[in-house]
Design a protein around this ligand. Sequence first.
Ligand SMILES: Cc1cc2nc3c(=O)[nH]c(=O)nc-3n(C[C@H](O)[C@H](O)[C@H](O)COP(=O)(O)OP(=O)(O)OC[C@H]3O[C@@H](n4cnc5c(N)ncnc54)[C@H](O)[C@@H]3O)c2cc1C
Length: 399
Amino acid sequence: MGRLCQTDGLTEDQRDILEAVRSFVDKEILPVATELEHADEYPTEIVEGLKELGVFGLMIPEEYGGLGESLLTYALVVEEIARGWMSVSGIINTHFIVAYMLQQHGTDEQKQRYLPRMATGEVRGAFSMSEPECGSDVAAIKTKAVRGDDGGYTITGQKMWLTNGGSANLVAVLVKTDEGADSVYRNMTTFLVEKEPGFGETAPGVTIPGKIEKMGYKGVDTTEMVFEGHAIGAEQILGGEPGKGFYQMMDGVEVGRVNVAARGCGVANRAFELGVEYSQQRETFGKKIAEHQAVLFRLAEMATKVEAAHQMMVKAARVKDKGERNDLEAGMAKYLASEYCAQVVEDSFRIHGGYGFSKEYEIERLYREAPMLLIGEGTADIQRMIIGRRLLEDYKLKG
Ligand SMILES: Cc1cc2nc3c(=O)[nH]c(=O)nc-3n(C[C@H](O)[C@H](O)[C@H](O)COP(=O)(O)OP(=O)(O)OC[C@H]3O[C@@H](n4cnc5c(N)ncnc54)[C@H](O)[C@@H]3O)c2cc1C
């Protein structure tokens, strides 16, 4: 282990958890990641191993069978896992967001019903805001839930880009409901939709058509979800009350952003490791390429970016753990870590020369993975919008 991405002030428990995960990544993920990714194969054995390590219940409170760890522990675990293979961190991320939303906003009954089985990985979560015609503009969603005379609802519409849409059996879905509110944001509701894992009709009126073919981030399934008159009871509304869905989802996405930042740090750290290793092996003009100043400077820049992104990600997690609003820090961390990750991966690719273009080299996989981080949990433009608006609140002119 090198000296990048170290975190001060961790407890012994945190250090033990990270040590166990790092060892799992080195032994069980890194040796098979590229082969599984090229085959677009779901990493079943890895997921089973992570269940045993307790990763699915890392942040779920102990009273529900989880480890009750902080967002910081979770983010550092994600960073380690993404260093091994980003898709595996994607498998955990939506699960973690749904568990977090249940913890924060669920009724007691909903928490009792789902959290203990989420902690073991028996119930696996996905979350769904995006639709074919909108992603950034969440308020433009069209999928609707209409309330019937019996108090139940019927959902109709189409969702898009569900990470783990096939493998999950519980999906937190944002839909429009008519609450008669004057704000579009208060006419949205999150439903907890139960379904079978797999593809086709996975619950009455709920179809998962198949996997979307992607340039990278393979292994983990990303799907559409089609609702054709899906009947669902009011007890499946997150928190029991309609009209709060937008705010619940934004809360979930805020912790999700720390998670994406952590993934960016992990992938960038791995890209640096690959670059620094290769540059000390490859020779040109009679010396190792690391001895050419242009390559050495490239390595120096890469490492500086990895370290800066890590520190900012840690800060964003710690602010949330203190119970404070962290939209500014999470936005900054996500923005910086994803941009730096893409740059560091590109630099490592260049260091590899022609071999970077070969599927035999791991950097080829990282090169196709990094762009997803620029988009997921809000694009760079959306992060800049959030950061900018928050700054104007803080630095508002007086008088
Ligand atoms: C692999 C993958 C997995 C995903 N998983 C999930 C998931 O699990 N659940 C889920 O709900 N969604 C998921 N998404 C969807 C993702 O959140 C959206 O793709 C993302 O929010 C962007 O939305 P969009 O694709 O509709 O792009 P658009 O919103 O159409 O944006 C297109 C371009 O316009 C820019 N833009 C848009 N609005 C503005 C603005 N106001 N100011 C400046 N620029 C703007 C954007 O930055 C972008 O460059 C996933 C996406 C991918 C690729």
